[in-house]
Write a protein that binds this ligand. Structure first.
Ligand code: HPA
Length: 277
C-alpha cells in the first residue's frame, strides 16, 4: 500500500474524532508526556485505534493523540512517539508528521530529552535547536518516488524557523529560564555514546545529542511545516559527567523540569502569530 493511501485512511479515522481543527502540533519527548494534561476541552485518541499508526508494543507506553486548547489555540499533543532504535522503520517513525501535515497544521513543535555536549549546559537547561547534524546516517525520505509526499530533495538550510526561535527565546527570558541555542545531533542509540564519540560530536559542532527528532524534522520540512525544536538537557553527555548514564536519570530529570517546560511551551503557543484557518 502506498504511503499516501495509508495516510488517507488514517486521516479519515482521525477527522471523524476531532472536536476541532488543531493549529499547532506538539510532539512530546521522553518523560515530557504529561504536558498534555495542561490543555482544556481535551479529547484523546489512542494511537492503537488509528489505522497504520506505529504503536509501541511496550505495555503502559501506548501513545495517545490529545487535542485540546491552550488559551484559545487549538493544539494537538502527541504522546508516546516511537523511535528508530525500537526497530521501527524511519517511515513509521515519521508517519505522525505526515498526518500532522495532512490535517493542515502548519506549526510543529518537536521536543526531546537530550544529553548536553556543550560544557556550558547543565541538566534542567533548555536548548532551542538552531540546526542539526544527522549522525544517524539514515534518512526517512529514502524510498521510491511514488512514496514521496513532497519534494524529493527538500532544502534544509533553514530547517528551524528563526521567528519561532526568537519568540521562544524571548518567552524563556521573560520567565527567567535558562535557555541556550545550539546544534542538535541525532544518533540512533539505543546505547549511549562513548566518551570518544562525545568528543567527536563536540568537535563537529554539536551542542546536544539525542535519539529522536531529526527524522521527524526532515519529513516536516518536506511537508513545508514551520518547525520549532526544543531540547531539555537531562544529563551531561558521556565523559563530561563522573557518573554512569541511565535511562532513569533522563526520565527523572525530564519529570523534574516539567513545570518549567509547561510554562515555556504554553506561553510560546499563546503568543504564536497564527493565520486564521
Ligand atoms: N545521549 C543520547 N541520547 C540521549 C541522551 C544522551 O546523553 N540523553 C537523553 N537522550
Amino acid at each position: 500500500m502506498l504511503l499516501k493511501e495509508k495516510v488517507k485512511e488514517s486521516l479519515d479515522y482521525i477527522l471523524a474524532k476531532l472536536p476541532f481543527q488543531p493549529q499547532v502540533a506538539v510532539m512530546l519527548g521522553s518523560g515530557l508526556g504529561t504536558f498534555a494534561e495542561c490543555m482544556r476541552e481535551s479529547v484523546s485518541i489512542p494511537v492503537k485505534d488509528i489505522p497504520h499508526y506505529p504503536c509501541s508494543t511496550v505495555p503502559g507506553h501506548a501513545g495517545k493523540w490529545i487535542v485540546g486548547k491552550i488559551g484559545s489555540v487549538p493544539v494537538l499533543c502527541i504522546q508516546g512517539r516511537v523511535h528508530y532504535y525500537e526497530g521501527y522503520s524511519l517511515e513509521q517513525v515519521t508517519y505522525p508528521v505526515h498526518l500532522i501535515a495532512g490535517l493542515g497544521i502548519k506549526t510543529f513543535i518537536v521536543t526531546n530529552a537530550a544529553g548536553g555536549l556543550n560544557p556550558d549546559f547543565l541538566p534542567g537547561d533548555f536548548m532551542l535547536i538552531t540546526d542539526h547534524i544527522n549522525m544517524g546516517l539514515n534518512n526517512p525520505l529514502i524510498g521510491k518516488p511514488e512514496n514521496q509526499l513532497g519534494p524529493r530533495f527538500p532544502d534544509l538550510s533553514h530547517a528551524y524557523d528563526s521567528g519561532l526561535i526568537e519568540l521562544a527565546g524571548q518567552t524563556a527570558q521573560k520567565f527567567g529560564m535558562k535557555v541556550h541555542k545550539g546544534v542538535f545531533c541525532w544518533v540512533t542509540g539505543p546505547s549511549y555514546e562513548t566518551a570518544a564519540e562525545v568528543k567527536m560530536l563536540q568537535k563537529i559542532g554539536g551542542d546536544a545529542v539525542s535519539m529522536s527528532t531529526v527524522p521527524e524534522v526532515i519529513v516536516a520540512k518536506q511537508r513545508r511545516l514551520r518547525v520549532l525544536g526544543i531540547s531539555l538537557i537531562t544529563n551531561l553527555a558521556t565523559g563530561l559527567s563522573k557518573t554512569k548514564l541511565t535511562h532513569q536519570e533522563v526520565t527523572n530529570a525530564a519529570a523534574g523540569a516539567m513545570q518549567k517546560f509547561e510554562q515555556l511551551i504554553t506561553n510560546i503557543i499563546t503568543q504564536l502569530d497564527l493565520k486564521p484557518l
